[in-house]
Write a protein that binds this ligand. Structure first.
Ligand code: E4P
Length: 221
């Protein structure tokens, strides 16, 4: 499973990239707004750090305006992926961009039929939002399973990018189901390598090592 970081924070992206396991980045308008920075400048900075897919989201809601907004974003770097909402206009924009070999990420996917249509429109990525479904008492993971089955049934190439990940268990379940990618907040990426038994075991190993008997010195009397 590929691992993207879901943030527009440069320090978080640098730290995750330094771990050597980062495959890409997703941003959204809320994450950019939280940073209080210029959108284009920040996307340039991110693309200087990460060579894998970097999603930049349009805020237009109608096809022509989406395309107009997307084209300059594609100039930022070859690894920019245009993020579009899973609406009818987003679907049409997805088709227009796919026909020009521009990669897209169809976001805000909450039901399997949205995922079916965006795959037919040539989306590179579809982003089902697990956590936001869980928040409503629905099973977000069931959506991932449904999309996996549909894509496998028909051989669609669109990659399932599990989004709105809230905790490590989401990631375990996504990996078991076979999501292609998960986009994960930095806090959860850090949690992925944590286990109290690892910390306790390491502490014990180091303590035992420090207290070991000094080896007998050859030739000592
Ligand atoms: C994905 O591309 C979105 O940016 C993100 O995963 C949304 O997560 P949230 O529901 O925690 O805001």
């Amino acid at each position: 499973m590929q691992l993207y970081i879901d943030t527009a924070n440069i320090e978080e992206i640098r730290s995750a990239a330094a771990m050597g396991v980062l495959d890409g980045v997703t941003t959204n308008p809320s994450l950019i707004a939280k940073e209080g920075v210029d959108f284009i400048d920040r996307m340039n900075e991110i693309c200087d750090i990460v060579s894998g897919p970097v999603s930049a989201e349009v805020v237009a809601t109608e096809h022509d305006a989406m395309i107009e907004e997307a084209m300059p974003l594609t100039e930022i770097a070859p690894n920019i992926v245009i993020k579009l909402p899973s609406t009818v206009d987003g679907l049409k924009a997805c088709r227009t961009l796919s026909d020009q070999n521009i990669r897209t990420n169809l976001t805000l996917c909450f039901q399997p039929l949205q995922a079916l249509l965006v795959a037919k429109a040539g989306a590179f990525l579809v982003s089902p939002f697990l956590g936001r479904l869980d928040d409503l008492g629905q099973d977000g993971m069931e959506l991932i399973q449904q999309i996996r089955t549909i894509y496998d049934n028909y051989g669609y190439d669109t990659k399932i990018l599990a989004a709105s990940i809230r905790h490590p268990l989401h990631l375990v379940q996504c990996a078991m189901i076979g999501a292609d990618v998960a986009t994960v907040p930095f806090k959860v990426i850090q949690q992925m390598m944590n286990h109290p038994l690892t910390d306790r075991g390491l502490e014990q190993f180091l303590a035992d090592w420090a207290s070991r008997n000094a080896p007998a010195t050859a030739g000592a009397h």
